[in-house]
Design a protein around this ligand. Sequence first.
Ligand code: CTP
Length: 530
Amino acid sequence: MADYIYTMEIRLTPDQLKGVNLVQDVARAAGMTLYLTGGAIRDIISGFTIRDLDFTVQGNPLKLQKELERAGAQAVGLDEDVRTLFLVLPGNVRAEIGMAHTEHYEKAGKPPLIAPASIQEDLRRRDFTVNAMALSLNEGSRGLLLDPFNGVADIEAKLIRILHNYSFVEDPSRLIRATRFAARFHWPLEERTQQRYDSAKENNYIDHISRSAVGHEIAQMAHEDDPLNVVRALEKEGWLKVLHSHWTAAKVDTNGLSQLMKTRQQMVDLGYAPDPSPAVMYFLTAHLPEKDISDLRRQMPRKDLVEAWRDIEVRAKELAKRLTGKEAATPSRTWQLLSSARPELILFLAVTARQQAVALKVKNFLTKWRQVQQRIPLPEMTELLITPQLPEYPKIARDVFMLLLDGKLRSHTETFKFLKPFAPPPPPPPPPPKRGRGTKSAAASMASPSAPATGKKTDAAKGKGKAAALAPTVAPPAPVKIAPKPGVKAKPAKVEHKPAKPVTRPANKPAGKHHARKTPAKKGKSKKKR
Ligand code: CTP
């Protein structure tokens, strides 16, 4: 039997997983039965990106609001008709908690009658088989998958299938949703679903779509990984104009959008997690007049997205202004300013900055200056015993990085001069070995196990250098500590006497590896002493 909890745990991001646990704890404490439902389950099983968390409770989720907020969740909207609470969980995780309910359609085009129900009944009112599953998060049944329509089989067959023949009549927004999912996953509609879809289209059932469904579908566009593909599919089917009569693919800034998605990926690779949705909406509607944009915004249910979209241009302009001022007069100051800015704004500015100076600073922040991190002089720091064990190490490493950025440490001598005052006093030598019979071999066998001359790389040398280079903030890799040998008085660095040697590590080479090569055990020396 499939272990869905395990699959969930490895597929969710750490913040999403924390979000699931947070909601689960709050629901348990309130004695409410909770399920993870809808798209989240589909994406966990199919392997697609999990965009948000949809929870369903048996009961009124509004009762959980206070406790959720106390636990760090932010309530950003509410759909009173179906008692759905829109949330942002810590770590910027989008989530919603809905009440398990039935929808009874008395007449096509009229809103359904909503009634609280069990989870099993709730699954029956959903759009497609792949979206009609629920994973229990309750004590006693945690991990049990409710899949009454065999959604797992349709995920395996890569098919979009409605639950019953009246699906599109009852809720015509499912026509738009079917097109959106088909475009996103590249899954076709199952044969009978396709027939029902064609007939619904022919009979203009879409004219009966509710205003709230339109708002919901507009907002969904913001979270697509390839929004242009979805816009084109919706336009081809005639659904884009349902979302707004003036919206066409020609109103999209296609260049801006593709730049945005590329830069977003670049930032993700660097360890940032910018939420691109406000910027996606900006580019999707770039050539629509302000009035039409206001219409679109008015219908969207999540006001947090509306506000972020509305403000993104002004906020990015403010950041651009700061980037041209004193606050960003040097590369190191610019680095600090951008490091404290919201990733969403950096992303937006990277694509929209008009002033060359601003564009260049953002570009350097995301590319060239990262490589400077690789030039943090780890061998020299190690020789001076400036290692991560020192409480002041992060600050020293950061200061070195800032000086390197500003071109103020140009030679080995300069670097050394800067670092030397921070060198801690050398550790006291270990007590001399007791000399008894068989002195030489006894002394050899007592050699410190902490300094085996195996040439093996430490953790730091193995890969931390790369990780540090990729991290959004400066976190230089841990250098290897040179353990003093028994009987050898550890000396402070003698490197001063060496000829100045520039640090010539190739930009793409992890610093740790470089360093690991440079610290062999100095066998000859300890022998000489003895
Ligand atoms: N749902 C439905 N009919 C609709 C809208 C939603 O049945 N018209 C149900 C589906 O079970 C869906 C869930 O509500 O999975 C959540 O809806 P939504 O967040 O819009 O879609 P997701 O399936 O989560 O897909 P996405 O990946 O686009 O968020």
